[in-house]
Design a protein around this ligand. Sequence first.
Ligand code: HEC
Length: 312
Amino acid sequence: MIHPLRLVTVHPALIHFTIGALPIFVIAYGVAALYRSERWTLAGDVALAIGALLTLVAAAFGLVAFLTVGWPGGLELWRWLHFGLGIAMTVGLAIFATVRLLRRRPQVATGWPTFGIAAGLSAITLLTGWVGGDVLVYHGGIGVAAAGQGALSPPTGPARTPKNLVEAMAETRAAWGSASAVTARMLVRAPTDHDFATIAADGRRLQKVASWIADHGAATLPRPTLPVLEEHMHHGDHQAEAMHGHEREAVSGAPKTRADHLAEMASDFGALAAELTEAAEKRDLRATAERVGDLSGACADCHLELRWVKLR
Ligand code: HEC
C-alpha cells in the first residue's frame, strides 16, 4: 500500500528547503563581502531568514521521525550523531538569522565574518545531511518500507566485542540483515563473488557473536535464573535438545533456566552461522538461501522463548 503521507517522510521532504536556501545565502553573503554590496546583503538575509524558518519546521518533523521510526539495533552512533548535529545546525541557523535581522541597517553591507558564519553553518548542515541521507536512509534503510524499515540494515563498521546482550543483538541483527538483503538481491539479480564474500563475512560475524552470547550473554539477560516453562518452548532443533535436557533435569531435579536456554540456543545459532559461512564460501546459492532462512527461524525461536515471553 502506498500512503500519500507518512509522519516519518515529512522530515526528509521538508529538509530540502534548507538545502536549497544554503547556496543562495552563502553565495549572496560572499558576493556582498567582496563588493561591499547592500543589495547582495539583502538577498543573503532574505534567503537566510526563509531558510532558518523552514529549517525549524523541518527539525520539528525530524524530532517526530526520530521518535516514531523503528530504530534497528546497530545504528546508535549515527542516530545520535544526526540528532546532535541537527540540533546544532537548527539552533545555529535560528540564532544567526535572528541576529542578522536585528542588525540589518539600510545602506550597510555585510563583510567576511558574516560569510564565514554562513559557510561554517553550511558545513555542519551538509554533515548532518550526509549522516541522515547517506548513512541512515541509503545505507540503513531507516523508514524505507522495502528495507523492512531498517531491519535489514547492514553493519556500519567492523565487528566489536559487545558489552551486553543488547549490543550483541545489534551485531547479530546487522550481520543477519546484510546476509538477508544480499541473498535477496542475488536471487533477484545474479550472484557475484563479491556477494558470496560479503555473506561469508556476515556468517563469520554471526559465529563470533553467537559464541559471545553463549559465554557471556546470560550476565545481562533479564531474569536469567527463572525457569523456562514447557509451554513457552519453541520448535526447531532446540526443542529436541531441550527435551533431552528436561529428561536429564527430571533426574537431577533442577529445571532449566533462561540462562541455560540462552546459551544452548546461542550455540545452535552459531552452528547454523558456520553452515552459512561454508555455503557462501562454496558459492552455493541454494544452500546459502536456505541457511539464511534457518537463521531467521532461530531468531524467531529464541525471541518467542526468551524475549517476548511475559515474565512472572
Ligand atoms: C540465543 C537467543 C537469541 C537469538 C538466537 C537471537 N536473539 Fe535477538 N534477542 C534475544 C533476547 C533475549 C533479546 C532481549 C534482550 C533484552 O531485552 O535485554 C533479544 C533482542 C533483540 C533485539 C532488540 C535489541 C535492542 O536494541 O533492544 C534485536 C534487534 C534482535 N534481538 C535481533 C535478532 C535477530 C535479527 C536475530 C536472528 C538473526 C536474533 N536476534 C537472534 C535473544 C536472541
